[in-house]
Design a protein around this ligand. Structure first.
Ligand code: COA
Length: 257
């Protein structure tokens, strides 16, 4: 199992999970999902860990699911690594903070809906281009995003799949703050260290209560969306879109109905 693409660190009782696949803009492979689920479960069980910080590189959070993996190793069952990762993060009881910058595409945006706090650099470009690649949104985002920003705003981001700025994300209340690029990680870390000094049980109970009202629905949405998502990956629209990305050309959807 390749693990150098996921780096971890524990200091000041803050566990950091860092995406580290710079040559592919931190595109997430099946092996990375397996490792992320593993280290998140370890962090959850480790009494030394009080807060989890998820981040990427200074200039790129993640380009989303690896598109080549989508063709070669598509998720095919409820036990697929991507779904295991999603459920694990969605059910973590310790506070989770995300620090992002540069591209935050697909699951690189939807995973933020499962963090408790999210900070973004000025150059962050969020995007939900699921439709653009012939599939549908995932990670309970069809449940959570409309709740956060309303149906018409969610539909615009999901149907066009256009990138949007950190300023727009803050305006839509998807993140806590926009910071200068070179300060975002340090700021997120200082908030994490501060949180790690709060009474841990009170924090855990507060998070449990905040999530209590939606957790079951979120788990149901993850599986329901995946039923569509997994089937759509095998269909022509996705094959055309992903093939076009690989071949560095524009996709042509004119023949589909
Ligand atoms: N899966 C696999 N490889 C990816 C990838 C992905 N999701 N995103 C980027 N890469 C690869 C590129 O193919 C390229 O590889 P190469 O150097 O071997 O040609 C390398 O990473 C750099 O990407 P590039 O597109 O040149 O970088 P950029 O800075 O111009 O653009 C993005 C960055 C993220 C905006 C752009 O790569 C992109 O749109 N990626 C696809 C995002 C996507 O659709 N994700 C799935 C969402 S569901």
């Amino acid at each position: 199992m390749t693990t150098e693409h996921i780096l971890t660190d524990l200091s000041d009782r803050v566990f950091t999970l860092r995406l580290n696949r710079p040559d592919k803009k931190n595109a997430l492979t099946q092996a990375m999902y397996v490792r992320m689920a593993e280290v998140l479960a370890q962090a959850e069980a480790d009494p030394e860990v009080r807060v989890i910080l998820i981040t990427g590189a200074a200039d790129c959070f993640s380009s989303g699911n690896d598109l080549q993996d989508f063709l070669k190793l598509p998720p095919a069952s409820p036990d697929a690594p991507v779904l295991r990762f999603m459920r694990t993060l969605a059910q973590i009881q310790k506070p989770v903070i995300a620090a992002v910058n540069g591209p935050a595409v697909g699951v690189g945006t939807t995973l933020l809906f499962h963090a408790d706090l999210a900070y973004a650099g000025e150059s962050t470009r969020f995007a939900l281009p699921f439709v653009n690649i012939g599939i549908c949104p995932e990670y309970a985002s069809t449940l959570l995003l409309p709740r956060m920003i309303g149906h018409v705003q969610a539909a615009e981001l999901m149907m066009f799949g256009e990138p949007f700025t950190a300023a727009k994300a803050l305006d839509a209340r998807l993140i806590n703050a926009v910071l200068p690029n070179d300060e975002v990680e340090a700021h997120a870390r200082s908030r994490a260290v501060r949180l790690a000094q709060q009474p841990p049980n009170a924090l855990r109970v507060t998070k449990r209560l905040l999530k209590h009202w939606t957790t079951e629905k979120v788990l149901e949405a993850i599986d329901h969306e995946a039923d569509f998502f997994m089937a759509m990956l095998k269909q022509d629209e996705a094959r055309e879109a992903i093939g076009a990305f690989m071949e560095k050309r524009k996709p042509d959807f004119s023949r589909f109905r």
